[in-house]
Every structure is written in C-alpha cells, then in structure tokens.
Design a binder for this molecule. Sequence first.
Ligand code: NAP
Length: 335
Amino acid sequence: MPNTNRQWKLNARPKGLITPDVLQLSESPLPSLDEGQALARVKYLSIDPTMRIWMADIPQYMPPVQLGEVMRSFGFAEIIESRHSDFKKGDKVTGLTGLQEFALISGKETRAFQKLPSIPFLSDTNFLGTLGVNGLTAYFGLLDVGKPQPGETLVVSAAAGATGSIAGQIGKIQGCRVVGIAGSDEKCKWIKDDLGFDAAINYKLPDWKALLAAATPNGIDIDFENVGGDIMQAVLDRMNLHGRVVLCGLISGYTRQDPALASFGQVLIKRLRVEGFIILDYASRFMEAGKQLGMWKMMGKLKDKQTIVKGFEKAPEAINMLFSGANIGKLIVEL
Ligand SMILES: NC(=O)c1ccc[n+]([C@@H]2O[C@H](COP(=O)([O-])OP(=O)(O)OC[C@H]3O[C@@H](n4cnc5c(N)ncnc54)[C@H](OP(=O)(O)O)[C@@H]3O)[C@@H](O)[C@H]2O)c1
C-alpha cells in the first residue's frame, strides 16, 4: 500500500488545448482514515469534454475548478480501506474521483459516489461509458428532449464518440432512420457496419454537405447536437418543420472563441423546439435508465468501444485527444 497520492492539479487556465503548464503533477501523503471516511484506489479515469469547461473561469453548470485544486473528473475506483458505513473494502464505485490515484470519500462528497453492482456481462469501464454519464446523457437527451418517433430521421454529430454512439443506437431501437456525422472513414465504418446506423458522413470530406443531403432525403426531424459550428449549421439548414434539436454539447467551441450559434435563425423560421440539458437534472431517474441501458446491452442492442490510454501521467494528453478526435467510443485512462 503506497503512502503517497499522485494528483493532477489545475495550475493555469488553458487558452486553447491543454498545454503542459495547465495541469501540474504533484504528490501528497495519503491520509489515515477518520470515522465516516473511505479510501478508494482509482482504476480508470473518465476523460470528458466538460473537463475543458471546468478548467475555464466562465459561467457554467458547476463551479469552475480553482487554481491549485485537484482537477475534477469522473472515475471508477475500488474501496481499499473503509471506516464509512456505506462502503466496505472491495466495493466498486464510480463518481467524481478527480484526476488522482486515490480518492477520499468523506462527508458530503459521499453523494458524488455510487456503489456498483457486479453484473457479469458488463466490464468495469462500461460503468464510465454506456452505463455511465454518456449512456445516461444519450438516453435522456434522445428520449426526453428529442422525443423520437418511428420513421423520423435523426442526425447525431460526434457520432462515433461515447455519447453519440449510444444516442444513435437508441435512435435505431426507437425505429428512426439514423445518420451519424464523424471525423474519419474508420469511425464512419464502425457506426454504420457495427452499430447499425443507416448512413455515416465523414465531415472531413470536401463534399460532406452534399453527402448529408443525400443521406437525409426527407429532411431531418431530430438533431442530437454534440458539436456546433459548421456541422450544426448544415444540420439546421435541413431541419423539418417542428423538428427537435437536442442541444447536448458544442465541442467545436470549447477550445476557441466560436460564434457557433449563428445559424439559430432556423430555430425561429421552422418553429424548432431547442432544449439544452445537463445530465445532472435527471439524477432521480438514473436507476430507470441504468436498468434499461443494461437490458439493451445484455440483449446485444447496444455495442460500445473504448479507447484506453495507459498511465496516470498521460491524463493531460488524453484530454486533448477529445478535441483532435483521436478517440473512438469512450476515452478512458487506465492507471
Ligand atoms: N449535456 C450533458 O449533460 C452532456 C453530458 C456528456 C457529454 N456532453 C457533450 O456531448 C458531446 C460529446 O461528449 P463525449 O464525452 O461523448 O465525447 P466523445 O464524443 O467521445 O469525444 C469527442 C469527439 O468530438 C469530436 N470533435 C471534437 N472536436 C470537434 C470539432 N471541432 N468538430 C467536429 N467534431 C469534433 C471528435 O470526434 P470526430 O473524430 O468525429 O471529430 C471527438 O472524438 C460533447 O459536446 C459534450 O460536452 C453533454
């Protein structure tokens, strides 16, 4: 049992991508436990675009991470020592572990951790992706905000990512025609051939807008928007009357100033219902979604992929992979 904890702390606010000065590796002694505390060893770190938002000092849905604090992140961990009535040694948990090797669970932070059941057909990393924030986001975003109807056309951007790949598959389960937009031929092949999307458009091809038009001959009823900018603009231009835009994320704007919302005139003209949402709003229904996502996964209706980066020290580089598109499916750092 080591007696120190390596931690990535926020050292400077990023201007674009994560440069080496933004996160600083530091070591602190592991605390001995008081009554009501548990210590968890982090096995996997979830790498999420929202981490880039949390690093910035801008208005957002959670307080920004302060300079000098351990960088906030989701993770999967195992309890290695406990004086906490909710946890025993060996329990597996997910929650806001932070970018560190060990997480102390104590007091009100207990609420940020969820004890996990052991389910034979689920891997540990599934609890960070398909059965974690991404699966829940896809589930509530598409079903509650998008309200898909059989036969409708759904377009998903960042479609080979952790959230988009699940949103598209749930769209298929609901009987939609599903078109994915992603940044490479390999990603397009995966979502079309393995995940069952009806069409996949590589937005890096020069004629991608014509390909999008050809793949959506009846227009678009639902936009599951993960990207913003040019991609959102091209999708909005093809929306049908009374379409729904599920405003899940705008990743193209996270690392630069981008007037991504310029196309919003279409919202007015086409009487679109646009609804932003943050997955935290659905906390009271996570169990419902977990059961359904788990069932679909068990039945083989949801497939997933992980991009696993090995080594705690690679965490800062891994965050940048989200913005260059170097991940397929869920991006995870294995410690
Ligand atoms: N509302 C919520 O509660 C909530 C919760 C979770 C996630 N989200 C949002 O969902 C979106 C996806 O998140 P995720 O965790 O599932 O990540 P992800 O899709 O697994 O990874 C991000 C992907 O975005 C694409 N991308 C990055 N920069 C881009 C750009 N400039 N133009 C086009 N595509 C770009 C890349 O794929 P390509 O190779 O295809 O470019 C990259 O692989 C993000 O916008 C995130 O903020 C929202």
